[in-house]
Design a protein around this ligand. Structure first.
Ligand code: FDA
Length: 303
């Protein structure tokens, strides 16, 4: 119930302005977000790479209904990618992009706007010598996101996608995407979804995650195992023990010691968000884990 309430708050403009106006929120947000500026993002990226981890950077923002905001997001990614190359970080740092941040929700033809904008980001990534992964948002965007993925991969065959194990359709999507050259980031899923499309019980989601993981590990693509769950991590390590081409992925600020431990024997990539539009991302992190919410509330009352 707490999760549902928090996920509802993630989409609420009133809650957003309340939380954003609370000055004490910011230091807590910094646990999960590199900072506001591209320089903050570059500094944290360099530190993570120095510790033996790779990075995927997310310029925060989502659900844009303003074409100029979508264009600004493309510009921010292009600037980031140029700087990653200039700083010699592009070999170990790619970017993650939410299509709703680059126009997916813009009427009347958001799919086309998002595709054109994502193409620009991919061209900048190609010039920098790195890759792009498309984040996955709520289930109403899954078909459109996979459609954009297909189009992008014609020119940029290294573009990756995220699949969410809580969706009933995802095992089949994993089968469809488990081909050579295909990069699939498998996560559990972070949005409030109805039972008609998504498993509701944690145990059902976990079982689906394992089924999807098996499909990806048996396939010819590059599985990206995005989870902090010790059971999923152990199962992935076992399923992947005889294949080299896969990696663990975790969120910045979550289980840092475990990330470092895994990086001794496995490829590990950290999902690193930066920018001012942190509200939706931050509240989804609180919804995932009561301890994160407790950490947030404790920080507020002890300051
Ligand atoms: P879950 O939340 O079920 O936690 C399982 C267990 O993990 C816990 O019981 C605990 O043992 C451990 N754990 C989790 N958090 C911990 C913490 N802070 N400290 C200590 N232990 C902890 N979602 C989405 O819908 N679309 C997307 O595009 C993405 N992208 C994405 C990229 C990457 C790299 C990651 C890691 C995650 C995403 N997600 C996402 C988020 C994802 O869907 C999911 O909400 C979170 O990863 C949480 O799920 P877990 O698999 O970690 O397990």
């Amino acid at each position: 119930m707490l999760r549902t309430a928090l996920l509802a708050a993630a989409g609420s403009p009133a809650c957003r302005s309340l939380v954003e106006r609370t000055p004490l929120t910011r230091p807590v947000v910094r646990r999960f977000v590199a900072g506001s500026t591209v320089d903050d993002a570059l500094a944290v990226t360099a530190g993570l790479i120095g510790s033996g981890r790779a990075v995927t950077l997310d310029h925060l923002g989502e659900g844009t209904t303003d074409p100029s905001m979508a264009a600004a997001t493309v510009k921010a990614y292009a600037e980031l990618l140029t700087l990653l190359a200039d700083h010699g970080l592009a070999a170990d740092a790619e970017v993650s992009v939410k299509l709703s941040a680059v126009g997916l929700r813009l009427p009347p033809d958001g799919d086309r706007v998002a595709l054109d904008n994502a193409r620009r980001i991919c061209a900048a990534a190609a010039a920098a010598g790195t890759t792009v992964t498309l984040d996955m948002e709520d289930h109403t965007t899954t078909d459109a996101t996979l459609g954009v993925l297909r189009e992008l991969r014609v020119d940029f065959p290294w573009v990756g996608a995220v699949l969410q194990a809580y969706l009933r359709r995802t095992e089949q999507d994993c089968r469809d995407l488990a081909y050579a050259g295909s990069r699939v980031r498998l996560c559990k899923g972070a949005y409030a979804e109805p039972a008609s499309v998504a498993f509701q019980d944690k145990s059902e989601v976990d079982r689906s995650y394992v089924r999807c993981l098996r499909v990806l590990m048996d396939g010819a693509g590059h599985p990206m195992v995005a989870t902090h769950d010790p059971r999923m991590i152990a199962i992935a390590a076992e399923l992947g023990k005889d294949r080299p081409d896969w990696e663990f992925q975790m969120l910045y600020g979550v289980r840092d010691a475990e990330q470092r431990r895994l990086a001794r024997d496995h490829a590990v990539r950290v999902y690193l968000p930066y920018g001012d539009e942190w509200y939706g991302y931050f509240v989804r992190r609180l919804a995932e884990r009561p301890a994160n919410l407790a950490f947030f509330l404790r920080a507020l009352v002890t300051r």
